[in-house]
Design a protein around this ligand. Structure first.
Ligand code: BMA
Length: 304
């Protein structure tokens, strides 16, 4: 089982006429809403600060992008950028999980010389965003993505406490009790591609067999791979299956080289008419698309 690259890859490139997306566009979120594909993507320009851009498409391949970012850094905790959006529609609102990267955060510093916060913002129109806050402070935590519906009446989010994938729950999207957080998946020491670190990708896909979850991982060689697993619908802390082999890894020049080498990093795995669209950043530099059928992927995801 392997995802097929789209023939017109890469499907979105940096724009040399822009000051904020001059160098890199990568790690997009894509949702399908009202007959259109809506993309939010991370971009870096002259100041190397990440901003979130927006583009829209009727076929998932040709994109119209907005001239200005839809989310720009605010304050010290975002001074180095807003990164890696993952947009989920819950009821009739849109929620964007993104990583705030700053020179300082309240509480303990989480990175040498800086800090990260796993943030959530909300929107009614996909363009104007209001910040709700982080799911947790004072730790190395990112790769968070909301489930598209409540589980047991509570909102649920996958997040990454290095090097594992965790889950957290909330009544209001503002308070995420640390006591409720639990590990779901860990790196597999005996499985090269996800032996060192893993994190969640796009919004989990609800199927009759369970949640189909995409995740990324790397081993000692630090080559990013994409894999899948199945989680129980009512209790996603229960792993139903987790096949050994990855379904995608860097092969094209722009995935192997780029701004950061050997990266295929995806925040988007949406299903439209039985086709799974996986959008990803190649080499932290450009955006690619790979696809497969949901039936084929599900059969594989359940096989492990
Ligand atoms: C991760 C994130 C991603 C990035 C990846 C590879 O930690 O920061 O935004 O694509 O590293 O550089």
């Amino acid at each position: 089982m392997k995802l097929q690259r789209h023939p017109s890859n890469p499907i979105l490139l940096p724009d040399p006429t822009s000051d904020w997306e001059t160098y890199n566009v990568f790690n997009p979120s894509v949702i399908y809403h009202n007959g259109l594909f809506h993309m939010h993507y991370r971009a870096q320009g002259f100041d190397w600060v990440s901003r979130i851009g927006y583009a829209v498409s009727s076929d998932g391949n040709h994109w119209n992008r907005m001239r200005y970012p839809v989310l720009e850094p605010v304050g010290g905790s975002e001074s180095r950028g807003v990164e890696d959006p993952r947009v989920t529609k819950i009821d009739n609102r849109f929620y964007m999980c993104y990583t705030a990267y700053g020179s300082k955060v309240e509480g303990e510093p989480t990175h040498e010389g800086g800090g990260i916060l796993p943030m959530i913002a909300c929107s009614d129109n996909l363009i104007t965003w209001e910040r709700l806050g982080p799911i947790v402070r004072g730790e190395d935590n990112k790769d968070h993505v909301l489930f598209p519906q409540r589980i047991g009446e509570r909102y649920a989010v996958l997040h990454r406490r290095w090097p594992d994938i965790w889950i957290a729950y909330s009544d209001d999207l503002l308070h995420w009790d640390k006591a409720d957080m639990g590990t779901i998946l860990s790196p597999r020491a005996d499985n090269d591609w996800d032996s060192k670190s893993i994190g969640g990708n796009g919004v989990p896909i609800e199927t009759e067999h369970g949640w189909l979850v995409f995740y990324h991982g790397y081993g000692g060689d630090h080559i990013y791979h994409i894999g899948v697993c199945m989680l129980d619908l009512d209790d996603p802390t229960k792993v139903i299956s987790r096949p050994g082999a990855a379904i995608f890894w860097p092969e094209e020049l722009w995935e192997i080289r780029g701004d950061v080498p050997n990266v295929v990093f995806s925040n988007a795995n949406l299903v439209v008419d039985g086709v799974v669209y996986v959008y990803y950043g190649g080499g932290d530099h450009v955006i690619g698309l790979a696809t497969c059928t949901l039936d084929e992927l599900l059969a594989y995801a359940l096989s492990g």
